[in-house]
Design a protein. Structure first.
Length: 403
Protein backbone atom coordinates (compact mmCIF):
# COMPACT_ATOMS: atom_id res chain seq x y z
CA UNK A 1 0.00 0.00 0.00
CA UNK A 2 2.40 2.68 -1.17
CA UNK A 3 0.20 5.28 -2.85
CA UNK A 4 -2.52 7.25 -0.99
CA UNK A 5 -5.88 5.52 -0.76
CA UNK A 6 -9.19 7.39 -0.56
CA UNK A 7 -12.19 6.17 1.42
CA UNK A 8 -15.49 7.54 2.65
CA UNK A 9 -14.46 6.63 6.21
CA UNK A 10 -11.41 5.38 8.06
CA UNK A 11 -12.00 3.50 11.31
CA UNK A 12 -9.06 2.96 13.67
CA UNK A 13 -9.47 -0.01 15.99
CA UNK A 14 -10.93 -3.39 14.99
CA UNK A 15 -12.44 -4.33 18.31
CA UNK A 16 -16.16 -4.77 18.97
CA UNK A 17 -17.18 -1.17 18.19
CA UNK A 18 -14.85 -0.73 15.21
CA UNK A 19 -15.82 -4.00 13.53
CA UNK A 20 -19.53 -3.35 13.95
CA UNK A 21 -19.34 0.26 12.79
CA UNK A 22 -17.32 -0.73 9.72
CA UNK A 23 -19.78 -3.48 8.83
CA UNK A 24 -22.83 -1.22 9.19
CA UNK A 25 -21.25 1.63 7.23
CA UNK A 26 -19.98 -0.68 4.51
CA UNK A 27 -23.41 -2.22 4.08
CA UNK A 28 -24.80 1.29 3.67
CA UNK A 29 -22.60 1.61 0.58
CA UNK A 30 -19.72 3.50 2.13
CA UNK A 31 -16.11 2.67 1.26
CA UNK A 32 -14.49 1.87 4.59
CA UNK A 33 -10.92 1.17 5.68
CA UNK A 34 -10.68 -0.55 9.08
CA UNK A 35 -7.17 -0.33 10.58
CA UNK A 36 -5.74 -2.25 13.52
CA UNK A 37 -2.19 -2.63 14.84
CA UNK A 38 -2.75 -6.19 16.07
CA UNK A 39 -1.86 -9.42 14.31
CA UNK A 40 -5.01 -11.08 15.68
CA UNK A 41 -8.32 -9.25 15.36
CA UNK A 42 -10.83 -9.12 18.24
CA UNK A 43 -8.59 -10.40 21.02
CA UNK A 44 -10.62 -8.69 23.75
CA UNK A 45 -13.80 -10.23 22.33
CA UNK A 46 -12.12 -13.64 22.27
CA UNK A 47 -11.19 -13.67 25.96
CA UNK A 48 -14.47 -12.14 27.17
CA UNK A 49 -16.98 -14.12 29.17
CA UNK A 50 -14.51 -16.87 29.92
CA UNK A 51 -14.10 -17.45 26.19
CA UNK A 52 -17.84 -17.49 25.48
CA UNK A 53 -18.42 -13.75 25.01
CA UNK A 54 -21.13 -12.18 27.16
CA UNK A 55 -22.22 -10.27 24.04
CA UNK A 56 -25.15 -8.31 25.50
CA UNK A 57 -27.59 -8.03 28.38
CA UNK A 58 -31.30 -8.20 27.61
CA UNK A 59 -32.01 -5.53 30.24
CA UNK A 60 -29.40 -2.99 29.10
CA UNK A 61 -30.56 0.60 29.54
CA UNK A 62 -29.14 4.01 30.52
CA UNK A 63 -29.36 3.20 34.25
CA UNK A 64 -26.69 0.51 33.80
CA UNK A 65 -23.97 2.97 32.76
CA UNK A 66 -21.63 5.47 34.40
CA UNK A 67 -20.59 8.75 32.80
CA UNK A 68 -20.08 12.37 33.79
CA UNK A 69 -23.01 13.00 31.41
CA UNK A 70 -25.48 10.28 32.37
CA UNK A 71 -28.01 11.04 29.62
CA UNK A 72 -25.54 10.83 26.73
CA UNK A 73 -25.90 7.09 26.13
CA UNK A 74 -29.71 7.18 26.08
CA UNK A 75 -30.12 7.99 22.38
CA UNK A 76 -27.79 5.34 20.98
CA UNK A 77 -29.05 2.63 23.34
CA UNK A 78 -32.65 3.32 22.38
CA UNK A 79 -31.91 3.18 18.64
CA UNK A 80 -29.95 -0.07 18.73
CA UNK A 81 -31.21 -2.41 21.43
CA UNK A 82 -30.08 -5.80 22.77
CA UNK A 83 -32.90 -7.34 20.73
CA UNK A 84 -31.39 -5.85 17.57
CA UNK A 85 -28.05 -7.53 18.25
CA UNK A 86 -29.75 -10.78 19.26
CA UNK A 87 -31.48 -10.75 15.86
CA UNK A 88 -28.08 -10.56 14.13
CA UNK A 89 -26.67 -13.37 16.29
CA UNK A 90 -29.74 -15.49 15.47
CA UNK A 91 -29.40 -14.72 11.77
CA UNK A 92 -25.88 -16.13 11.90
CA UNK A 93 -27.23 -19.24 13.65
CA UNK A 94 -25.09 -18.75 16.74
CA UNK A 95 -26.57 -20.66 19.67
CA UNK A 96 -26.64 -18.75 22.96
CA UNK A 97 -28.03 -18.93 26.46
CA UNK A 98 -28.94 -16.62 29.33
CA UNK A 99 -26.68 -17.23 32.31
CA UNK A 100 -27.96 -14.95 35.10
CA UNK A 101 -29.36 -11.44 35.38
CA UNK A 102 -30.01 -11.11 31.63
CA UNK A 103 -26.45 -11.96 30.56
CA UNK A 104 -26.28 -13.69 27.17
CA UNK A 105 -23.36 -15.97 26.25
CA UNK A 106 -22.48 -18.06 23.21
CA UNK A 107 -23.06 -21.79 23.69
CA UNK A 108 -19.86 -22.32 21.74
CA UNK A 109 -17.01 -19.81 21.79
CA UNK A 110 -16.35 -16.09 21.47
CA UNK A 111 -14.78 -16.79 18.09
CA UNK A 112 -18.31 -17.14 16.71
CA UNK A 113 -18.99 -13.46 17.43
CA UNK A 114 -15.65 -12.44 15.89
CA UNK A 115 -16.39 -14.53 12.80
CA UNK A 116 -19.87 -12.99 12.56
CA UNK A 117 -18.46 -9.46 12.69
CA UNK A 118 -15.79 -10.26 10.10
CA UNK A 119 -18.44 -11.81 7.85
CA UNK A 120 -20.59 -8.69 8.20
CA UNK A 121 -17.56 -6.55 7.31
CA UNK A 122 -16.91 -8.71 4.23
CA UNK A 123 -20.53 -8.26 3.16
CA UNK A 124 -20.01 -4.52 3.37
CA UNK A 125 -16.81 -4.61 1.32
CA UNK A 126 -14.76 -3.29 4.24
CA UNK A 127 -11.00 -3.22 3.68
CA UNK A 128 -9.51 -4.64 6.86
CA UNK A 129 -5.90 -3.50 7.10
CA UNK A 130 -3.79 -5.17 9.81
CA UNK A 131 -1.29 -5.29 11.34
CA UNK A 132 -0.87 -1.62 10.45
CA UNK A 133 0.62 1.00 12.74
CA UNK A 134 -0.86 4.51 12.66
CA UNK A 135 1.96 7.03 12.69
CA UNK A 136 0.08 10.31 12.40
CA UNK A 137 -3.38 11.79 12.01
CA UNK A 138 -3.78 15.17 10.33
CA UNK A 139 -6.91 17.09 9.33
CA UNK A 140 -6.85 19.21 6.18
CA UNK A 141 -9.32 21.91 7.23
CA UNK A 142 -9.46 23.40 3.71
CA UNK A 143 -10.64 20.19 2.10
CA UNK A 144 -12.30 18.76 5.25
CA UNK A 145 -10.25 15.58 4.92
CA UNK A 146 -8.30 13.43 7.34
CA UNK A 147 -4.89 12.13 6.34
CA UNK A 148 -3.87 9.01 8.26
CA UNK A 149 -0.23 8.08 7.88
CA UNK A 150 0.44 4.41 8.53
CA UNK A 151 3.31 1.95 8.39
CA UNK A 152 1.85 0.87 5.03
CA UNK A 153 1.24 4.24 3.43
CA UNK A 154 -1.26 7.09 3.65
CA UNK A 155 -5.06 6.90 3.77
CA UNK A 156 -7.47 9.79 3.14
CA UNK A 157 -11.13 10.18 4.14
CA UNK A 158 -13.57 12.93 5.07
CA UNK A 159 -14.59 10.93 8.17
CA UNK A 160 -12.41 9.35 10.83
CA UNK A 161 -13.73 7.07 13.56
CA UNK A 162 -11.68 6.33 16.68
CA UNK A 163 -12.64 2.93 18.11
CA UNK A 164 -9.40 2.08 19.87
CA UNK A 165 -10.83 1.19 23.28
CA UNK A 166 -9.37 1.98 26.68
CA UNK A 167 -6.33 1.07 28.74
CA UNK A 168 -7.67 -2.14 30.27
CA UNK A 169 -5.97 -5.51 29.63
CA UNK A 170 -2.84 -4.18 27.91
CA UNK A 171 -1.92 -7.76 26.95
CA UNK A 172 -4.65 -7.52 24.28
CA UNK A 173 -2.91 -4.53 22.70
CA UNK A 174 -4.73 -1.74 24.57
CA UNK A 175 -3.09 1.68 24.29
CA UNK A 176 -3.86 5.34 25.00
CA UNK A 177 -4.01 6.12 21.27
CA UNK A 178 -7.66 7.24 21.23
CA UNK A 179 -7.19 9.65 24.12
CA UNK A 180 -4.11 11.09 22.44
CA UNK A 181 -6.06 11.77 19.24
CA UNK A 182 -8.77 13.51 21.27
CA UNK A 183 -6.21 15.71 22.99
CA UNK A 184 -4.50 16.43 19.67
CA UNK A 185 -7.76 17.96 18.43
CA UNK A 186 -8.51 19.79 21.69
CA UNK A 187 -11.26 17.43 22.81
CA UNK A 188 -11.32 16.98 26.60
CA UNK A 189 -10.80 13.57 28.21
CA UNK A 190 -12.26 12.90 31.66
CA UNK A 191 -10.04 11.28 34.32
CA UNK A 192 -9.17 7.65 33.57
CA UNK A 193 -9.17 4.83 36.14
CA UNK A 194 -9.42 1.03 35.99
CA UNK A 195 -13.02 -0.23 36.07
CA UNK A 196 -14.65 -3.59 36.80
CA UNK A 197 -11.44 -4.41 38.61
CA UNK A 198 -10.49 -6.56 41.64
CA UNK A 199 -9.67 -4.66 44.82
CA UNK A 200 -6.49 -5.13 46.86
CA UNK A 201 -6.37 -5.44 50.65
CA UNK A 202 -3.42 -4.36 52.78
CA UNK A 203 -1.26 -6.67 54.88
CA UNK A 204 -3.32 -6.76 58.13
CA UNK A 205 -6.52 -7.76 56.29
CA UNK A 206 -4.66 -10.25 54.10
CA UNK A 207 -3.15 -11.79 57.20
CA UNK A 208 -6.65 -12.28 58.54
CA UNK A 209 -8.39 -13.43 55.36
CA UNK A 210 -5.67 -14.17 52.77
CA UNK A 211 -5.71 -17.91 53.58
CA UNK A 212 -9.31 -17.95 52.33
CA UNK A 213 -8.20 -17.40 48.72
CA UNK A 214 -10.77 -19.05 46.46
CA UNK A 215 -13.67 -18.80 48.92
CA UNK A 216 -16.80 -17.32 47.32
CA UNK A 217 -19.84 -16.01 49.18
CA UNK A 218 -23.22 -14.48 48.31
CA UNK A 219 -23.51 -10.88 49.47
CA UNK A 220 -24.83 -7.42 48.72
CA UNK A 221 -21.85 -5.15 48.02
CA UNK A 222 -21.95 -1.38 48.62
CA UNK A 223 -19.33 1.31 49.17
CA UNK A 224 -19.02 4.71 50.83
CA UNK A 225 -20.53 7.73 49.08
CA UNK A 226 -22.62 5.69 46.63
CA UNK A 227 -26.16 4.35 46.61
CA UNK A 228 -25.12 1.59 44.20
CA UNK A 229 -25.56 -1.94 45.52
CA UNK A 230 -25.07 -5.30 43.83
CA UNK A 231 -26.11 -8.73 45.01
CA UNK A 232 -23.89 -11.39 43.49
CA UNK A 233 -20.98 -13.59 44.43
CA UNK A 234 -17.92 -12.01 46.04
CA UNK A 235 -14.58 -13.81 46.05
CA UNK A 236 -11.64 -13.67 48.45
CA UNK A 237 -8.26 -13.89 46.70
CA UNK A 238 -4.60 -13.93 47.72
CA UNK A 239 -4.49 -10.24 46.75
CA UNK A 240 -7.85 -9.10 48.14
CA UNK A 241 -11.37 -9.10 46.73
CA UNK A 242 -12.89 -10.10 43.40
CA UNK A 243 -16.01 -11.78 42.00
CA UNK A 244 -18.96 -10.15 40.19
CA UNK A 245 -20.22 -8.16 43.20
CA UNK A 246 -16.77 -6.66 43.81
CA UNK A 247 -16.06 -5.93 40.13
CA UNK A 248 -19.39 -4.09 39.86
CA UNK A 249 -18.95 -2.03 43.02
CA UNK A 250 -15.35 -1.19 42.03
CA UNK A 251 -16.76 1.23 39.44
CA UNK A 252 -18.12 3.33 42.32
CA UNK A 253 -15.26 2.89 44.81
CA UNK A 254 -12.86 5.77 45.44
CA UNK A 255 -9.40 5.48 47.06
CA UNK A 256 -9.65 5.62 50.83
CA UNK A 257 -13.30 4.55 50.90
CA UNK A 258 -14.69 1.41 52.51
CA UNK A 259 -16.43 -1.48 50.79
CA UNK A 260 -19.29 -3.08 52.71
CA UNK A 261 -20.86 -6.53 52.44
CA UNK A 262 -24.24 -7.67 53.72
CA UNK A 263 -23.32 -11.27 54.54
CA UNK A 264 -26.91 -12.25 55.33
CA UNK A 265 -28.87 -10.73 52.42
CA UNK A 266 -31.96 -12.90 53.03
CA UNK A 267 -31.87 -12.79 56.80
CA UNK A 268 -32.68 -10.42 59.68
CA UNK A 269 -29.41 -10.71 61.59
CA UNK A 270 -30.90 -9.42 64.88
CA UNK A 271 -33.73 -11.93 64.79
CA UNK A 272 -31.43 -14.79 63.76
CA UNK A 273 -28.96 -14.10 66.57
CA UNK A 274 -31.77 -13.64 69.09
CA UNK A 275 -33.14 -17.04 68.06
CA UNK A 276 -29.69 -18.62 68.47
CA UNK A 277 -29.31 -16.96 71.84
CA UNK A 278 -32.67 -18.26 73.03
CA UNK A 279 -32.30 -21.87 71.92
CA UNK A 280 -32.94 -24.48 74.59
CA UNK A 281 -30.25 -27.06 75.23
CA UNK A 282 -26.83 -27.05 73.61
CA UNK A 283 -26.81 -24.33 70.96
CA UNK A 284 -24.21 -24.72 68.17
CA UNK A 285 -21.03 -22.67 68.31
CA UNK A 286 -21.44 -19.33 66.53
CA UNK A 287 -19.06 -20.25 63.68
CA UNK A 288 -20.95 -23.50 63.06
CA UNK A 289 -24.29 -21.67 63.02
CA UNK A 290 -22.88 -19.01 60.69
CA UNK A 291 -21.77 -21.76 58.29
CA UNK A 292 -25.44 -22.26 57.44
CA UNK A 293 -25.16 -18.92 55.60
CA UNK A 294 -21.46 -18.71 54.64
CA UNK A 295 -18.76 -21.18 53.57
CA UNK A 296 -17.35 -22.87 56.69
CA UNK A 297 -13.83 -21.47 56.25
CA UNK A 298 -15.14 -17.92 56.00
CA UNK A 299 -17.52 -18.48 58.90
CA UNK A 300 -14.62 -19.66 61.08
CA UNK A 301 -12.36 -16.73 60.15
CA UNK A 302 -15.15 -14.18 60.46
CA UNK A 303 -16.22 -15.48 63.87
CA UNK A 304 -12.63 -15.43 65.10
CA UNK A 305 -12.26 -11.80 63.93
CA UNK A 306 -15.62 -10.35 64.98
CA UNK A 307 -17.47 -12.51 67.53
CA UNK A 308 -16.98 -12.09 71.31
CA UNK A 309 -13.86 -13.90 72.57
CA UNK A 310 -12.96 -14.91 69.00
CA UNK A 311 -16.11 -16.98 68.69
CA UNK A 312 -15.36 -19.05 71.79
CA UNK A 313 -18.07 -17.42 73.87
CA UNK A 314 -21.44 -19.19 73.54
CA UNK A 315 -24.12 -17.07 71.88
CA UNK A 316 -26.40 -17.70 74.87
CA UNK A 317 -23.91 -15.76 76.99
CA UNK A 318 -23.61 -12.74 74.69
CA UNK A 319 -24.66 -9.42 76.13
CA UNK A 320 -27.24 -7.33 74.31
CA UNK A 321 -24.55 -4.96 73.06
CA UNK A 322 -22.43 -7.88 71.79
CA UNK A 323 -25.41 -9.29 69.93
CA UNK A 324 -26.22 -5.90 68.41
CA UNK A 325 -22.60 -5.36 67.40
CA UNK A 326 -22.25 -8.74 65.63
CA UNK A 327 -25.63 -8.30 63.92
CA UNK A 328 -24.60 -4.91 62.62
CA UNK A 329 -21.30 -6.25 61.28
CA UNK A 330 -22.97 -9.21 59.60
CA UNK A 331 -25.18 -6.79 57.69
CA UNK A 332 -22.31 -4.37 57.03
CA UNK A 333 -18.94 -6.12 57.04
CA UNK A 334 -16.57 -3.29 56.17
CA UNK A 335 -13.15 -3.56 54.55
CA UNK A 336 -10.91 -0.75 53.34
CA UNK A 337 -9.22 -1.66 50.04
CA UNK A 338 -5.70 -0.36 49.61
CA UNK A 339 -6.26 0.11 45.87
CA UNK A 340 -7.21 -1.77 42.72
CA UNK A 341 -5.22 -4.37 40.80
CA UNK A 342 -4.90 -1.87 37.95
CA UNK A 343 -5.48 -1.94 34.21
CA UNK A 344 -3.82 -5.34 33.87
CA UNK A 345 -6.77 -6.94 35.67
CA UNK A 346 -9.47 -4.35 34.84
CA UNK A 347 -12.15 -5.30 32.34
CA UNK A 348 -12.85 -1.70 31.30
CA UNK A 349 -11.56 1.86 31.62
CA UNK A 350 -13.65 4.37 33.54
CA UNK A 351 -13.70 7.84 32.01
CA UNK A 352 -12.69 8.75 28.49
CA UNK A 353 -13.48 11.21 25.72
CA UNK A 354 -15.81 13.77 27.30
CA UNK A 355 -19.33 13.14 26.01
CA UNK A 356 -20.17 16.83 26.35
CA UNK A 357 -17.87 17.36 23.37
CA UNK A 358 -19.71 14.78 21.25
CA UNK A 359 -23.08 14.54 19.51
CA UNK A 360 -25.18 11.84 21.16
CA UNK A 361 -26.87 11.22 17.81
CA UNK A 362 -23.73 10.60 15.72
CA UNK A 363 -20.78 10.34 18.16
CA UNK A 364 -19.16 13.18 16.19
CA UNK A 365 -16.94 15.75 17.88
CA UNK A 366 -18.81 19.06 17.92
CA UNK A 367 -15.65 21.09 17.31
CA UNK A 368 -14.06 18.78 14.70
CA UNK A 369 -16.43 17.90 11.84
CA UNK A 370 -15.98 14.34 10.60
CA UNK A 371 -14.19 13.03 13.71
CA UNK A 372 -16.13 10.39 15.66
CA UNK A 373 -15.43 8.41 18.87
CA UNK A 374 -17.20 5.15 19.74
CA UNK A 375 -17.06 2.33 22.26
CA UNK A 376 -14.88 2.17 25.35
CA UNK A 377 -12.74 5.20 24.42
CA UNK A 378 -15.80 7.35 25.23
CA UNK A 379 -16.72 8.27 28.83
CA UNK A 380 -19.52 5.71 29.02
CA UNK A 381 -18.89 2.61 31.16
CA UNK A 382 -21.37 -0.20 31.74
CA UNK A 383 -21.83 -2.63 34.59
CA UNK A 384 -20.42 -6.13 34.41
CA UNK A 385 -22.61 -8.51 32.42
CA UNK A 386 -22.73 -7.63 28.71
CA UNK A 387 -23.49 -3.93 29.11
CA UNK A 388 -20.18 -2.71 27.69
CA UNK A 389 -20.60 -4.82 24.57
CA UNK A 390 -24.09 -3.36 24.12
CA UNK A 391 -22.61 0.14 24.31
CA UNK A 392 -20.05 -0.87 21.68
CA UNK A 393 -22.81 -2.09 19.32
CA UNK A 394 -25.13 0.87 19.99
CA UNK A 395 -22.51 3.62 19.69
CA UNK A 396 -21.13 1.94 16.54
CA UNK A 397 -24.58 1.76 14.96
CA UNK A 398 -25.29 5.41 15.75
CA UNK A 399 -21.98 6.45 14.22
CA UNK A 400 -22.39 4.25 11.13
CA UNK A 401 -25.68 5.96 10.27
CA UNK A 402 -23.80 9.26 10.05
CA UNK A 403 -20.91 8.06 7.86
Amino acid sequence: MSRPRHFDAIIIGAGAAGLFCAARAGQRGRSVALIDHAETIGEKIRISGGGRCNFTNIGAGPANYLSQNLHFCRSALSRFTPQDFIALVTKHRIAFHEKTLGQLFCDGSSQQIIDMLLDECARGGVQLLHPLRVERVVRDDVHATFHVGTSGGELHAPRLVIATGGLSIPATGATAFGYEVAKQFGIPVTPLTPGLVPLALDAPELERYGMLSGVSFDAIATCDDSKAHFREAALLTHRGLSGPAVLKISNYWKPGAMVHFDLLPDCDADAWLAELRGRKGAAPAFAKALAAHLPQRLADAWAHAHAPEGGAKAVAQWTRSELDNVAAQLKRWSLRPSGTLGYKKAEVTLGGVDTRALSQQTMEARAVPGLHFIGEVVDVTGWLGGYNFQWAWASAAACAEAL
